[in-house]
Design a protein around this ligand. Structure first.
Ligand code: BG6
Length: 489
């Protein structure tokens, strides 16, 4: 049956970005260094790595944290090497292009824009007593520019990164000191931007970054990893409680990576493995969405060799009171899993029924509708799709124009599936922010040629180019979808 795709009034349409992939300006306005600043570019074949120096001067290059950090010796210090390219430093320079970019987004009719604040731009080491005024001013300017177009912010407080100092000094989120630093940082954001920002995300893809490099943890074995997670749960809940108090009507989520997984076969062993693998994600959503550790946590922690999580007596109450208001997630793809496979939050085996992008990401729009239903059935709180999109090689003509019909197809199919979940299955959904409206640097590979945008940015994998912005074919297509609030899908 061909149901209408028109979405409810007030549906939030927008795009999503992350500071270290988009913003650049790494040595402007007193910004401190963050964990991704030492990450080189890479590709699907050649994983990104960090550059670090041992006390004897020798260089080690641990593989990118996003993939699975190698163990990094505690005495290793990060170092910049002259012959390496570090994409976060300038990214695609939103720092100097924000007016132009916001105008382009407004031109599509966005009423919301999701961006992350760079923690080390506000607290360069994470430990200053006072925030960096110049850093706050940059985001003031961004939010005020958005207001001209009636575009609301959706602020990610922490997107896979932290001030380098906190990572090195405390072994990142394994220390409760980092909870205090985070809450102080969040409070600063609430006090400065709360009058103009209602929607917040405490963390990005918390279930994917868990205890790996982006959380500042060097030896990401089970024990440290799950301790880091617990500390992040407490930090998030404290921020939610504080945000509710300081900003009347504020709405808090955390973003979960929910790219789907299917059992490879109906063999009971594969089904059971699938259940356990799903729990690798539910663990995060249940604790933060329902406010307590589920019973199955004991088995899961034991399986990951976690002897004991350190919890303070007040933590249970904090988790209960700091529950999320809505469940935000990213959805890009789905994969299959079978007995004996490793535990993955994102990734896994491919699915013989699905086509894949050039980066091997299976394309599965119905999986989005499935996931929206599954999450809502379980947590019974509104959904917010805060990342979805297609990384592809775009061929620009001499005027930098790209005919990206493949991206239009991908988005049309995913948005239609989303509309069906809302209109047919009655899943409440606040909005959709597409990753990423303006081309930016890929997180997993550090490439520029893995493009997502409605707008082409003239820059190559090594950062060369004019940075000129040019709308692609999908730009006008999306504009029309938003104009009709989905009817044109
Ligand atoms: C999500 C992240 O994992 O996926 C983003 O929140 C990221 O930061 C996005 O960019 C797409 O992944 P990639 O590796 O193609 O950039």
């Amino acid at each position: 049956k061909n149901m209408s795709k028109k979405l409810p009034k007030g549906f939030l349409w927008g795009g999503a970005t992350a500071d270290f992939q988009y913003e650049g300006g790494f040595n402007e306005s007193g910004r401190g260094l963050l964990s991704h600043d030492y990450e080189t570019d890479g590709s699907k074949e050649h994983p990104r790595h960090h550059t670090m120096k041992m006390p004897d001067g020798s260089i080690i290059e641990p593989k990118s944290s996003f993939i699975l950090a190698d163990s990094v010796p505690t005495e290793a210090e990060p170092v910049f090497l002259d012959d390496e390219y570090y994409p976060s430093h300038n990214a695609v320079d939103f720092y100097h292009h924000y007016k132009e970019d916001i105008k382009l987004m407004a031109g599509m009719g966005f009423n919301i824009f999701r961006f992350s604040v760079c923690w080390s731009r506000i607290f360069p080491t994470g430990e200053e007593a006072e925030p960096n005024a110049a850093g706050l001013k940059f985001y003031d300017d961004v939010i005020n520019e958005m207001a001209k177009y009636n575009m609301e912010p959706l602020i990610t407080i922490c997107h896979d990164e932290m001030p380098m100092n906190l990572a090195l000094k405390y072994n990142g989120w394994t220390s409760r000191k980092v909870i205090d630093a985070y809450v102080k940082y969040a409070k600063t954001l609430f006090e400065h931007f709360g009058n103009r920002c209602k929607y917040w995300l405490t963390f990005n893809e918390i279930n994917a970054v868990r205890g790996f490099g982006p959380t500042g943890v060097r030896n990401s074995e089970g024990q440290d990893r799950y301790q880091a997670d617990h500390n992040m749960f407490v930090a998030s809940a404290k921020a939610v409680k504080l945000g509710h108090k300081l900003i009347p009507g504020s709405q808090f989520g955390t973003m979960f990576a929910m790219s789907g997984a299917y059992p490879a076969t109906c063999k009971p062993e594969d089904m059971f493995h699938y259940l356990q693998e799903k729990r690798e994600n539910w663990y995060f959503i249940d604790i933060m969405g329902r406010g307590y550790y589920p019973e199955y946590a004991a088995e899961l922690l034991q399986r990951h060799n976690v002897k004991e999580l350190h919890m303070e007596p007040e933590d249970a109450q904090i988790l209960k009171e700091g529950q999320l208001d809505y469940i935000a997630f990213s959805y890009y793809r789905s994969n299959t899993t079978k007995a004996g496979d490793d535990w993955f939050n994102v990734g896994g085996d491919s699915n013989p029924y699905l086509k894949e992008t050039p980066w091997g990401w299976p394309v599965d729009p119905l999986g989005l509708r499935y996931t929206m239903n599954e999450v809502y059935d379980r947590i019974q709180k509104p959904i917010f799709i805060v990342e979805n999109g297609m990384g592809a090689v775009d061929k620009a003509d001499e005027n930098d124009y790209v005919e990206d019909d493949y991206r239009i197809d991908y988005l049309k199919d995913h948005l239609s599936a989303m509309a069906d979940a809302i209109n047919i299955d009655h899943v409440p959904c606040l909005g959709y922010t597409m990753w990423a409206p303006i081309d930016l640097v890929s997180l997993s590979t550090g490439e520029m040629k893995k493009r997502y945008g409605f707008v082409y940015v003239d820059m190559d994998d090594k950062g060369h180019g004019t940075l000129k912005r040019t709308p692609k074919k999908s730009y006008n297509w999306m504009k029309h979808i938003i104009e009709t609030n989905g009817s044109a899908l």
